[in-house]
Ligand binder design. Sequence first.
Ligand SMILES: [Ca+2]
Ligand SMILES: [Ca+2]
Ligand SMILES: [Ca+2]
Length: 543
Amino acid sequence: MNKALKIKRGLCSIVCSLSVVVPSAVASMEQPHYVGTDEPFAEKAVYFVVTDRFVDGDPSNNYEDQGGEYPTFNRPVLSESGQAIANIGYMGGDFAGIVNNAGYIAEMGFSAVWGTPIIDNPDQAFSGGLAIGEGFPTDKFKTGYHGYWGVNFYKLDEHLPSGGLQFAEFTSALDEYGLDFVLDIVGNHGSPSFDMPTDQPKFGEIYGADGSLIADHQNRSPEEIYATETESGFFHNFPDIGQLSNFNENSPIVVEYLLNSYLYWLDQGADAIRIDTIKHVPNHFWKTITDGIRASYPDMFFFAEHWSHDAEAIAQHTKPENGGISVLDFPGQKAMQSVFGLDDQPMSDLLAYLHLEDGIYENPYELMTFYDNHDMSRMNAKDAGFINAHNWLFTSRGIPVVYYGSETGFRRGQGEHAGNRDYYGQDKVDWGVNHPIRRALIDIAQVRKRSVALQRGVQINDTFSTDTASFIRAYQDESVSELALVMLNKSAEARSVSLTVPHSCNYKEALTGREMTIERGGWSQRLEPNSVAVWLCSSPFAL
Ligand SMILES: [Ca+2]
Ligand SMILES: [Ca+2]
Ligand SMILES: [Ca+2]
């Protein structure tokens, strides 16, 4: 057990003893402990929105005429046949759109919303880089609707808030629905900063908390940045991603500017942090940032994007010396798409990414698990594939993240710049309330929301075959015991699923409420097509 886990366990023993009634004297000090993680954030499930593309709850902040000769609103990208295949402009989504649907999100069992960055981005479309539609259909380097092109890290982008719904009010409103807000932060770059025919306002510029200009790329290529500037100032004199400015993480000015900006939003109610493009900045920077934030918020939970399918590569961030940052589980993402998507690969292909016992990750139970996001093709699956993916995502190790619209199979199979980030909208939300994917997601996500074993329990795999899988999740500390027997069938036909039951108990099946005494030893159950069963035992056990 790692040091961080021991500390957390120490915290939990205080919290848990206050909040949980010990059922009886049988919960003795001697009973074995089974704890995957005591990280508080592990109880969460996260709904991820590209805020601009979720729901327009307030047309008055759309700025439809913004940008002049470089307009920013509703810029469809057309295919050769004239079909709109993407949009590179703002589409109107905002804080109000999220708050208006907070009940819809919470009903699905989510307890956190991760939204794209909230900070001010340029107010024109970018005139440099590739032309629209040049080569690969692209929305790259055009407008900052996604929020990742910060120019003032202390100021909300004008498209997001409404009167009476500034950031602090937004996080408070989400709190009323039991929803945390995950702040998406960028430490690597600002906005596109060179290659413009004529320098455009805000592009390449960085503004301070008081609104003053503190750095300006001046439309120069990185090689044209003076060495004396980069030593003391904001930008490296070598490029990194496209035409984006490349922040100099070795500058105390940069570190102070960014660290204080993150704290500024945390002080207004952001609850956790997602780190963009972590691999583009050295680990020492993130260690400084996480230490600086934890000085004020000791329990702050971070997770990062390091887009690699190599577990060893992404695991470096989880180590305490690098900041103890959880990561989005890209190896798991790839496996889930192949197993639950149209490729229909065997369930046994899910085993390789778990790394339950090999120590690659500081703690595999704290990883963020998902099957697609805004930077890749959405999963291409039948409705049943989404249902089976959620049944796995909400019962297996890790903290689930689901991308907006997945609850109806929205734009399934569509690429990053070819429909993946299309506008969802209130009409679609209302239309999809009873979608079969969403109904099944509610069922399994609500089971996880009530189950400490599914949130934090140790996972012990049993049988993984072509269409079926069975495993155990076990959580036990000095005051709480929960054993979960999980069985999955992703076949379109009923299947018998087998499991070696480690402990005799009167189990209750969490989705149906059915109760049954199941004896220790070999056992099998017939599962309906595309279904899951979670048998729970809450009396003390030993494995
Ligand atoms: Ca709006
Ligand atoms: Ca702006
Ligand atoms: Ca960099």
